[in-house]
Design a protein around this ligand. Structure first.
Ligand code: FAD
Length: 340
């Protein structure tokens, strides 16, 4: 029979959430974890190469996510085998074969992935109720790791030209615009990496940055400054940016230092991050900071007893190694909390 109860529900299965699951399993393999969300929908899976992970020069994001999901699968079969072994030891006459029963595998898994988005979380006397469109689950404690969603439809004209010269991912679609002109809108490492990626394909790249500086790593900035076909514009008010064209995007209007500008382009990449989407937590009076990040204590606990938050959702630095560590330590704190 399907068991919808667990000790720890981890909501969000990007690098942060999956690291938390590994930590919980390592600390106490007897605990039941349910991991909600789609790993291949995470930022890491969708956005090209990840640098800086100790031990790897560079790793393709989707390969890294694939490896982590495989690792979770191995931990699961390890725990399932242990349960089967225990059952066999108890009932010598009737041997259970692991391959006999997928249901048994599900039941005895320590980490069960549920590829549904969580719609609502409710408080129960004994913990929490987690609702998806498909089912209802209960958990003693919760780890939130749903990251930051993309900010869409904030630029005038954006909605009209999606797939007609507007894209939300430079590294996914950039190669389609070989020899063309591109505009990329946003700030930080993602935009710097995106612009440097595009220089391999596009003949001219214009960056429209809403901030006074790109706020990216110096190694990226140096490369951008040394690349003649990347032109960077700072302090661009996004509300004054407009994508123009007839059937497809053909240009961008914006204001720079009070002066109206219009440039022609074949594609506009928009990669802006929103604040955390906490709609599924509307039944809680969750404390957030002025940027909408979940406020946490030293141990990554939120102001709701038994609810933890990890990664960019709590404003953590958006670097893969940091997020792996943050997810991992949250997993450990969660087990310690449960064992108390
Ligand atoms: C272009 C780009 C380049 C990068 N390059 C580097 C780099 O070189 N080096 C580096 O260190 N870092 C890099 N990063 C940063 C890093 O890889 C990611 O931003 C980081 O992995 C974010 O992890 P996360 O787990 O917090 O969030 P996410 O990856 O966003 O994962 C959140 C998960 O939660 C799920 N989710 C959301 N809402 C729900 C819900 N209601 N219910 C269930 N699931 C839900 C999502 O589907 C997703 O799977 C890069 C990021 C980008 C975008």
């Amino acid at each position: 029979m399907k068991d919808n109860t667990c000790d720890i529900a981890i909501i969000g299965s990007g690098l942060t959430g999956m690291s938390a699951a590994i930590a919980v399993y390592s600390k106490n393999p007897d605990l039941k974890i349910k991991l909600f969300g789609i790993p291949f929908d995470s930022n890491t899976a969708k956005k090209g190469e990840i640098e800086n992970i100790p031990g790897f020069d560079k790793v393709v994001g989707v390969d890294l996510i694939q490896k982590v999901t495989e690792q979770l699968g191995k931990l699961n079969s390890e725990s399932a085998q242990k349960v089967v072994q225990e059952m066999n030891d108890q009932q010598d006459s009737h041997k259970v074969d692991l391959s006999d029963s997928l249901a048994l595998l599900d039941e005895s898994s320590s980490i069960l992935s549920i590829s549904d988005n969580v719609k609502t979380v409710n408080q129960l006397e004994t913990g929490f109720e987690v609702l998806t469109d498909e089912d209802t689950y209960t958990a003693k404690i919760i780890i939130l790791s749903t990251g930051l969603p993309e900010l869409k439809n904030t630029i005038k004209g954006e909605e009209n030209f999606v797939h007609k010269g507007v894209s939300h991912c430079a590294v996914c679609d950039g190669a389609l615009f070989r020899g063309r002109k591109a505009v990329i809108i946003g700030t930080g490492n993602f935009i710097a990496r995106g612009a440097l990626f595009l220089r391999k394909y596009c003949r001219k790249i214009t960056v429209l940055c809403p901030d006074a500086e790109l706020g990216c790593d110096k190694r990226f900035l140096k490369k951008i400054e040394a690349t003649s076909n990347i032109k960077t514009n700072y302090n661009i008010k996004l509300e004054n940016v407009e994508i123009i064209g007839t059937n497809v995007a053909q240009g961008v209007k914006f204001t720079k230092e009070g002066e109206e500008k219009e440039i022609s382009t074949d594609v506009v990449f928009i990669e802006l991050k929103d604040k955390p989407d906490l709609k599924y937590l509307q039944n809680f009076d969750l404390k957030v900071d002025d940027k909408g990040h979940i406020h946490t204590s030293e141990n990554n606990t939120t102001n709701i007893s038994g609810m933890f938050a990890a990664g960019t959702i709590r404003g953590e630095i958006d670097y893969a190694p940091v997020l792996i560590g943050d997810g991992y330590k949250t997993g450990i704190y969660a087990v310690e909390y449960l064992e108390k």
